[in-house]
Design a protein around this ligand. Structure first.
Ligand code: PEP
Length: 247
């Protein structure tokens, strides 16, 4: 399966710095990159990224989407609006949304459903906190989070991307070891296999302090199909090296 490398810019960027970053990525990427590549950017910059990346090898997407279709939901952005800006992907259930915005498994699942209905691939994030890992609950937590999505989207789960992001590894510089990550990816792969016949279509990304130094070892694991990259996706050189490591 072709690997997928996605940058999550989080709440970073400006028109000026984005233009520099996108220019450097476009220039630095080979005509046929070793992996599929995407950047998930803040809503106000979708038009800029669409303008800069249309027709090239870099796909783009958003970092959240409303669980509602349309209407009186002030501040929310719908899946059809994302489609208007050419989004191929949207991140749902990032741990920062679960933690700071109280998103439950059910809300995350309904967001994934909205994205799918609009023809956008949801990148569904799952992952345990340090306390949950310490209690031996990692498997239970990630399976519960993924099960909620399977329950709501049914056989369409074959159209999603999953991102395993241990919360203790996000933005901390503490990466899961390749063995730790692979063990959880294997659990998620087995869960998908039990849910849909064509589960091999589903890519399972690893996220959590992935960088140019550790990417190759993580991406070499049999069930790691790509990466969701936060901090390191803001530096063109680092992000390009991660993409190259996916070969
Ligand atoms: C993320 O925000 O999805 C992420 C993986 O962040 P970082 O790479 O900075 O740990």
């Amino acid at each position: 399966m072709r690997k997928l490398i996605v940058g999550n810019w989080k709440m970073n960027g400006s028109l000026l710095s984005n233009a520099d970053l996108l220019r450097a990525l476009r220039t630095g990427l080979p005509a046929e990159p070793a992996a599929d590549v995407a950047v998930c950017v803040p809503f106000p910059y979708l038009a800029q990224v669409q303008g800069a990346c249309a027709g090239g090898p870099i796909a783009w997407g958003a970092q959240d989407v409303s669980a509602h279709e349309a209407g009186a939901y002030t501040g929310e952005v719908s899946a059809s609006m994302l489609r208007d800006f050419g989004c191929r992907y949207v991140i749902v259930g990032h741990s920062e949304r679960r933690q700071y915005h109280g998103e439950t498994d059910d809300v995350v699942a309904r967001k994934a459903q909205r994205a799918l209905a609009a023809g956008i691939t949801p990148i569904v994030c799952v992952g345990e906190t340090q306390a949950q890992r310490d209690q031996g609950d990692t498997e239970f937590i990630v399976k519960r989070q993924l099960a909620a999505v399977i329950h709501v989207v049914g056989h369409c789960v074959s159209e999603i991307v999953v991102a395993y992001e241990p919360v203790w590894a996000i933005g901390t510089g503490r990466t899961a070891t390749p063995e730790q990550a692979q063990a959880v990816h294997a659990v998620l792969r087995a869960q998908l296999r039990a849910a849909v016949p064509n589960e091999r279509r589903v890519r399972i990304l690893y996220g959590g302090s992935m960088n140019a130094g550790n990417a190759a070892a993580l991406l070499a694991q049999p069930d790691i199909d790509g990466g969701l990259i936060g901090g390191a996706s803001l530096k063109a050189d680092e992000f390009l090296r991660i993409i190259a490591a996916a070969d």
